[in-house]
Design a protein. Structure first.
Ligand SMILES: [Zn+2]
Length: 175
């Protein structure tokens, strides 16, 4: 009988300790501050997007369409500057990250920042398993990412020209 009592007491102590641990972790996650990216989201309804995007841009950015290869204005583009999201202006790539992949779409080997500007989503459409890339700020469709890149990163961000805008480096400031 004494043994059983001792067991019960031991159980109670263990439960009390684990409860305390749970409490601390819950408190921590409840008070987690939203990151800059989360609080910075651009949310519009489809009617609002139609007003600010051309029909070609809307088809790619919102309806996840793909422009025909070798037709995009940035495919063979090699000026120095930055590429932003075509829908919300979020800076996504620099010209130093761009390389000629000969695949017909602008290709980049990495993105600006720590990987939080572009969201990666598993895409099972068209009988393929691919990874879709979307702007993390407005959810605009950019293209797909592949791990067959020829540079050190091994990555190939394959992006529609219609999903991005180019901002040339301001050369007047450099002397
Ligand atoms: Zn965006």
């Amino acid at each position: 009988m004494k043994k059983i009592n001792l067991l019960i007491i031991l159980c109670c102590i263990t439960m009390a300790v684990s409860c305390q641990n749970n409490n601390t972790s819950t408190t921590n996650s409840t008070f987690k501050k939203p990151t800059a990216m989360e609080s910075n989201k651009v949310i519009k309804n489809e009617e609002e997007w139609k007003k600010v995007l051309s029909s070609e841009q809307y088809n790619v950015l919102r309806l996840k369409g793909t422009e025909a290869p070798f037709t995009g204005k940035y495919n063979m583009h090699s000026e120095k500057g930055k590429y932003t999201c075509g829908a919300c202006g979020y800076e996504l790539f620099t010209s130093d990250m761009k390389f000629d992949s000969h695949c017909g779409w602008p290709s980049f080997d990495k993105e600006i920042g720590d990987g939080s500007r572009i969201k990666k989503i598993k895409d099972m459409t068209h009988g393929m398993v691919r990874t879709e890339i979307v702007c993390a700020r407005c959810e605009g469709h950019l293209g797909h990412i592949f791990d067959d890149g020829p540079t050190a990163t091994g990555q190939r961000y394959c992006v529609n020209s219609l999903s991005i805008e180019f901002l040339p480096t301001d050369t007047t400031k450099k002397k």
